[in-house]
Design a protein around this ligand. Structure first.
Ligand code: FAD
Length: 116
């Protein structure tokens, strides 16, 4: 097993980054103002340019051009990131995630109380 204090590999970088992106979306305002919408759009654009895995970043840039970030609300942004993650899951032959459960996974905890 590689020690914990080593540089991230592509999987560790990915799962840590998805944790951050989904959690950020889950705490995005329910009703963002125009400035917040602009800022989130800009953040995603810049993120896609600086994500430190070159082929991942290039694919993500293409993907967000095809389906533009939906920054209208917490729910729409969380759903958009979930769909983007599913695009990568499909590419890597990983199971798809049910996006209707994205806020349970990343904000509220599962309805069965297992995260309480
Ligand atoms: P991850 O896919 O990292 O998922 C972490 C957790 O998120 C899961 O345990 C699950 O609970 C939850 N989850 C899964 N799917 C969803 C979803 N759709 N919505 C919400 N939550 C979900 N790797 C490559 O090899 N090639 C690439 O081109 C590539 N591109 C990437 C692009 C981006 C923008 C990012 C952030 C990562 C990319 N990765 C890529 C990394 C890859 O997506 C995985 O993070 C990595 O393979 C580790 O996978 P994992 O099995 O640990 O789970």
């Amino acid at each position: 097993k590689v020690p914990e204090d080593c540089p991230l590999d592509i999987q560790e970088l990915g799962s840590n980054t998805w944790s951050f992106l989904h959690t950020m979306a889950a705490y995005y305002p329910e009703k963002p103002n125009e400035q917040e919408k602009k800022d989130m759009t800009k953040f995603i654009d810049l993120f896609s340019k600086f994500y430190p895995c070159e082929h991942c970043a290039l694919d993500f840039q293409h993907s967000i051009k095809k389906k533009k970030p939906d920054v209208q609300s917490r729910y729409s942004l969380s759903d958009w990131f979930c769909q983007q993650h599913n695009i990568v899951n499909r590419k890597l032959s990983k199971p798809e995630f049910d996006c209707s459960k994205v806020l349970e996974r990343w904000r509220d905890g599962w309805k069965d109380g297992s995260c309480d």
